[in-house]
Design a protein around this ligand. Structure first.
Ligand code: 13P
Length: 255
């Protein structure tokens, strides 16, 4: 099997003011620098914190990269409140989360929107962290695999990539986000294996084998190892636990 380097990404969501964000990034840099970091690490702060966190990465030689939580697909113009790929690049972002369930639910983002965002990011050489996941009704009805694979197919319509590192997938069952209810490692593996098969159909077998698929949903230091032992789980997208530098650093350590 292709060796895939683990990736641990922190999604700060709508938390941390500018100065709090800088402090958290500095704390994380200190925690990580006291050990050896074998995984790739990304932090995704709110837009207004990006520049401050990129300063910490540059001046403190912090061993992590910068990601955004959203983007708009148009390059510039009259789109009040939106942020373009070039703007993200100008502050040093190399990753960007798209299709998070909170954006799909609260901001009515569609598969078509997410596909446009993926295309724009790939053209700009920013790595999309493409999220997918089912709610509890879909899971109870036993339709979770079909639901998630349909989300992936729709998001990747008309997309081809030549480097598997250009794209990351995050499987986040909605019923496990911020609830303290985690999926079992077996639940995650079932869906992540199906995602990889879908990636093979969309992008080719060789590329699919190299793409990293993360698990997200109440991931924390105490449960991350069980997920990482699974064949098709290559890391985690962490919400709440990424806001506590020592917890997030422990998760990186375990990866
Ligand atoms: P929690 O880790 O807080 O459950 O959040 C997961 C998530 O939504 C990450 O994007």
């Amino acid at each position: 099997m292709t060796a895939r380097k683990h990736l641990i990404a922190g999604n700060w969501k709508m938390n941390e003011t500018y100065s709090e964000g800088v402090t958290l990034a500095q704390e994380l840099a200190n925690c990580l620098k006291s050990g050896t970091v074998e995984a790739d690490v990304v932090v995704c702060p709110p837009f207004v914190d990006l520049k401050g966190v990129s300063g910490v990465i540059e001046f403190d030689s912090a061993p992590f990269e910068l990601g955004a939580q959203n983007v708009y697909w148009e390059p510039s113009g009259a789109y009040t409140g939106e942020i373009s790929c070039d703007m993200l690049k100008s502050v040093g972002a190399t990753y960007c989360i798209i299709g998070h369930s909170e954006r799909r639910d609260y901001f009515h983002e569609t598969d078509e929107d997410i596909n446009k965002k993926a295309q724009a990011l790939l053209s700009a050489h920013i790595i999309p962290i493409l999220c997918c996941g089912e709610d509890e009704h879909v899971r109870e009805a036993g339709n979770h695999v079909a639901h998630v694979t349909a989300q992936i197919k729709a998001a990747l319509q008309n997309i081809s990539i030549s480097d598997p590192c250009a794209l990351v997938i995050a499987y986040e069952p909605i019923w496990a986000i911020g609830t303290g209810k985690t999926a079992t490692p077996e639940d995650a593996e079932e869906v992540c294996a199906a995602i990889r098969e879908t990636l093979a159909t969309c992008l080719g077998e060789e590329i699919a084998q190299g793409i990293r698929i993360l698990y997200g949903g109440s991931a924390k230091p105490g449960n991350i190892e069980g997920f990482l032992e699974k064949d098709n789980v290559d890391g985690a997208l962490v919400g709440g636990a990424s806001l506590v530098a020592s917890d997030f650093a422990q998760m990186v350590d375990r990866a």
